[in-house]
Design a protein around this ligand. Sequence first.
Ligand SMILES: [Zn+2]
Length: 184
Amino acid sequence: MKQALSLIALFAAMPALANETRQLDAHEHGVGELNIAIEGTTVLMEFHAPGADIVGFEYSAKSDSDRAAVEAAEVRLSAPLELFVMPEAATCTVKSAQAELEGEGGHDDHADEGHAEHQEEPTHTEFHAQYMLTCVAPDALTEISFVYFEAFPNAQEVEVQIITASGAKVFEVSRDAPTLALEH
Ligand SMILES: [Zn+2]
């Protein structure tokens, strides 16, 4: 329990996860970031991707179809096991999942439309998602298949950082090589 707490604290302290200080304009289009912490049967994941990768635009959603695209993306990003597919033998289930678009001044609140001129147009937006999974057999977690690239055609690469009891590792998973192999 003590170890689980310290890992989670470390995870929260990772620079990539510090949303408050994160610069949205520092992201690279085509490149997402996935942070994973594995402790026992608990798997925590945090994912960021440019709006350009996920919905193909980073301006404030204006039309109904823009808004529909954002909502559809949030729904898709809320199903982590369909995007980051884990071996069946690991028997992973989603305990919590949330996804949202960051960088929108007033979100898409209709009440704001009348005085949109007071809001700054975002030049960059990012989707952010957080997941908590339970994997009954974490030793069987030997690879993660990034079906994510099939779901989002503009995405080219994901920088992955994994923290386990044995330390932290960094990987690059790309559209051309969409499978992340994990050692145990
Ligand atoms: Zn951008």
